[in-house]
Design a protein around this ligand. Structure first.
Ligand code: A2P
Length: 270
């Protein structure tokens, strides 16, 4: 009998993962890209969660934690990734194309959930770089707008071109047939750039500490009385914002006890 064709020798998908087909890839810059893939109807998740995502490499799964960019009601899944030239996963993942297979972990998890926060008036979502990902899902979750009067999305990057989803958030989302009306006047997008000229400049920490972000948005100073905060970004940013919040009396929430802020520690850096 002839040898099996090479395609039949593709490694089997391990039971902890769904093997999904890539449907779209978009490269924002030489350091960031997004992709979409099919979604198994059995995959359930809550806005703000992450799953283990990756590729089969040398017959084994090579995966990292990736927050879902897409909202739970989307038929497909979308992710935002950095590209690190010598990163074990992202050096490979950055080359995926439509039709390729990616691994999607069957058990999404995470702490950036609205149920981990006590009731409040304004929800602040504070991100840097690809830390924007879980907030892209949350800003398309209707329940967020039912719970809060205002939803602030802060996104800090070095250069203007790194403001992934900038046009989508500013133009497409307000015109969205179901969500547009719900988020009008409620969703306050606040992008900031540190190494180039831009209407808002400076680190998210500086803008929060100085009160400039609140003043620009017409909101009262940050207080655990009425504000709730979600953090997702580099370790240094998470630690700095955490210190700033705790100095003002905010307490960290978790899956076992809600608080006045939550932070996502799972973040892909390689
Ligand atoms: P900066 O340009 O001043 O370093 P990176 O690309 O390194 O992940 O950075 C993304 C954004 O996060 C940049 O605007 C960077 O500002 C900012 N940043 C880096 N460290 C911190 C920090 N500790 N707190 C707040 N923002 C930070």
């Amino acid at each position: 009998m002839d040898a099996l064709p090479l395609a039949a020798a593709k490694p089997a998908i391990p039971p902890a993962f769904f093997g999904e087909r890539v449907t779209w890839v978009h490269h924002w810059t030489d350091k960031q890209f997004s992709f979409r893939c099919t979604r198994d109807p059995a995959l359930r998740f809550v806005a703000g969660q992450f799953a283990m995502i990756g590729l089969m490499v040398d017959g084994k799964p090579l995966v990292r934690a990736y927050s879902m960019v897409s909202p739970p009601w989307d038929e497909e899944l979308e992710f935002l990734s950095i590209k690190v030239q010598n990163g074990p996963l992202t050096s490979r993942l950055q080359h995926i194309k439509a039709g390729d297979t990616v691994l999607i972990g069957k058990k999404p998890t995470g702490t950036l959930l609205i149920e981990n926060l006590l009731p409040g008036k304004t929800l602040w979502m504070v991100s840097t770089g690809t830390g924007l990902a879980p907030f892209m899902s949350l800003i398309r979750e209707p329940e967020v707008y039912e719970r809060y009067e205002h939803v602030v999305l802060m996104h800090g990057v070095r250069e203007v071109k790194e403001l992934a989803y900038h046009d989508y958030i500013g133009n497409d989302l307000p015109a969205h047939e179901f969500l547009g009306e719900m988020l009008q006047g409620k969703l306050l997008y606040y992008p900031t750039v540190t190494r180039e000229a831009f209407p808002t400049q400076g680190r998210v920490t500086t803008l929060l500490e100085s009160g400039k972000a609140c003043a620009d948005l017409g909101l009262p100073p940050l207080s655990p009385e009425h504000d709730r905060v979600m953090l997702c970004g580099s370790e240094a940013m998470n630690a700095d914002v955490k210190a700033l919040l705790e100095a003002r009396g905010f307490t960290e929430g978790s899956n076992s006890e809600p608080g006045t802020y939550v932070v996502e520690k799972a973040f892909v850096t390689k």
